[in-house]
Design a protein around this ligand. Structure first.
Ligand code: FES
Length: 153
């Protein structure tokens, strides 16, 4: 939580899985352009979005994240050919799992950021933080139990 004009503002914790070859380079591009974005996103660099096992996402929620971002190369640009297609399919599956547990789909966003998309990267960061702020903290007690997580949903 932080204070803004005396009002308490919820500062969400967001985990961002960024593919090394495009999205992480896009984050670097944003830095090179000296664009600023909220510090709420903890970035985890993965070699490919296809490396993001759904268990990583569930573990992030279990560990206290209010939202998760998965950023990939654009379709057709994955350095491992089909990793982002697999990631896209897993994301759809994740949304179904989250829905079954009462977790809003907006808490898990999948998008594409290329190495040249510095401005898009910043836009996604800002949108994600705004969206999760609007949703508020994740209600872990009511929508997710450790037992369900250990069983993989
Ligand atoms: Fe970027 Fe596969 S290398 S999504």
């Amino acid at each position: 939580m932080s204070e803004d004009d005396g009002r308490v503002v919820f500062e969400p914790k967001i985990v961002g899985f960024l593919c090394n070859w495009c999205s992480y380079a896009g984050a670097d591009k944003a830095g090179g352009l000296q664009r600023s974005y909220p510090p709420n996103v903890n970035i985890i660099r993965v070699m490919c979005s296809g490396r993001v096992d759904p268990q990583f996402v569930l573990k992030a929620y279990s560990a206290g994240a209010d939202g998760v971002l998965i950023l990939a190369c654009h379709l057709g640009d994955c350095h491992y050919k089909e990793g982002n297609y697999h990631a896209m399919q897993r994301h759809r599956m994740l949304l179904r799992i989250l829905s079954e547990h009462g977790i809003e789909n907006e808490r898990c966003r999948f998008d594409y950021v290329s190495a040249a998309d510095g401005d898009k990267f910043v836009k996604i960061m800002n949108e994600m933080v705004y969206t999760i702020r609007e949703l508020g903290p994740m209600d872990r007690l009511n929508c997710w139990s450790d037992n369900k997580l250990k069983q993989g949903g």
